[in-house]
Design a protein around this ligand. Sequence first.
Ligand code: AGP
Length: 614
Amino acid sequence: MCGIIGYVGPMDAARVVMDGLRRLEYRGYDSSGIALGVDGRLYFAKRAGKLAKLAELLADSPLPVSHQGIGHTRWATHGGPTDTNAHPHLSSDEQVAVVHNGIIENFAELREQLETDGVVFASQTDTEVASQWLARELRACGDLVQAMRATCGRLKGAFTLVAIDAAHPDTIVAARRNSPLVVGVGEGENFVASDVAAFIEHTREAIELGQDQVVVITPSTVVITDFDGNVKKGRQYRVDWDAKSAEKTGYDWFMRKEIFEQPRAVADTLLGRFDAAGHLMLDEVNIGDDELRAIDKIVILAAGTAFYAGMVARYAIEHWTRVPCEVELASEFRYRDPIVGPRTLCVTISQSGETADTLMAIRHARAQGARVIAICNTVGATIPRESDAVLYTRAGPEIGVASTKGFTTQLAACYLLGLWLAQVRGTKFGDEVADMVDELNAMPALMQQVLDRAESIYRLAHDLAANKDFLFIGRHVGYPVALEGALKLKEIAYLHAEGFAAGELKHGPIAIISPATPVFVIVPPRGRDQLHDKVVSNIQEVRARGARVLVLAEAGDESVVPFASTLIQLPSVSTLLQPMLAILPLQMFACELATVLGHDVDQPRNLAKSVTVE
Ligand code: AGP
């Protein structure tokens, strides 16, 4: 949700900020803007639409050269995506400019107060309330940092605020509550941003900011305090990927690049997490064995694609550990008064580590005494910081809004976690764990085999490009794969796509099948005969209604051949691991179909990569 960058240093701030916004655009892209301080004055430019519109504006009417700048790329919450509502928001006296990510829940009350005092608002946003309030505090105390603290003290909700003051051309002040903010530490220059992608081409040294903290950067200093002014020390770390990882490297879309990165990404997730004998070593998950043995319930919390990864994980974790495992949408969790306590282990899954729904669910679980393990891709993000332990997926930056390598690396991490719990609790023998570890180790090469057949999937996407409705069905772990396949198509192709549990179809949804409706069926491997045969029966049910049946089944499964309009063969693996392979053709299909339809695959309409509002 919204990307933010601030820069102070010797370079041309407008260029640094615009380059940073390009890397952050995946976070929100309905409007953007930039503000610079020069000779005691603030200059700004902002535009509705994608960042290219702002770049055109700046090319036509360049801003003066400056060494202090802030920028923003927006995903609208309060106020539509117009030029006026775009950030930065200047106070009426043009003394301060502010960019903001999050939602200020008490903005209406503060706005009313300011209007009563004669402030005239230019936009419909909650952000302008923050900039007007900040200017008012600044007039009262004369110091932007104090003014920022005072302003934060008045705001309710979630916010990252980054501000500049016309009077101090070498300083940026930023604050955060429930919304991401990271500092980039350079030599003779410093940065603040929503995530490290914004400044990765300039520095890989970063500092995490804690909850309710304010940071002041100048070209040579970084000072962190809490909202009461007490000095704090942020954790400094080195980002383990570089600017090249965040480039498209010859692919037309980040999403396509990320699809093809999956074998490498999964291999990285697995790397160093077991010894030569297949004994798992998750040393980073520093929760004591006794505590893990005492657990009587596991609750998986996540949103969107990560939730579907959690649905797969439940089958594996329950099967291997014999501990009851629930999986719940993070956005629903705390509203049902869930039964969790000190013997509950919560596993949260989040690519970004900033999803507000998931974060709030964690806080609720921890308040009830539960222990929380985060599975996350973003080092230093809020969710891992607020969890008891973290297992990083190490997928590298995921820029495409539709998650792909996020999903398969989350699956790999969930399998590791499940096997590790089984090892600690003694519900699987060492050789059984080692066999599964061997299978996991073989997955990257098998994933590559599926990806190597991309051309046939692309042809299918071209063939089916005129269809408006798609169904996806599966049972057991194939069911979440069906849901995820449908989500990919909805997100980027804007088509009606639904995923169903194959056995549920006959209880109603089968009525929507008309002749030639494409139905993707995820057929489980033949090992578990009941499961496999039931899905084959489901294929016949849809086939009998005239559907065009697109079957994903393991190579050599002859039983599906008579009923498949198209057969997509997958390498043979255990049932529990099949989702890592079965999802790949569905990702490639959605990516290609959206491309054929002329959509912006990386930045689909109405969406944002990281959803930092509830
Ligand atoms: C996936 O394609 C989506 N863009 C979305 O569902 C995403 O998975 C969800 O918002 C959760 O994000 P997270 O993994 O960063 O928490």
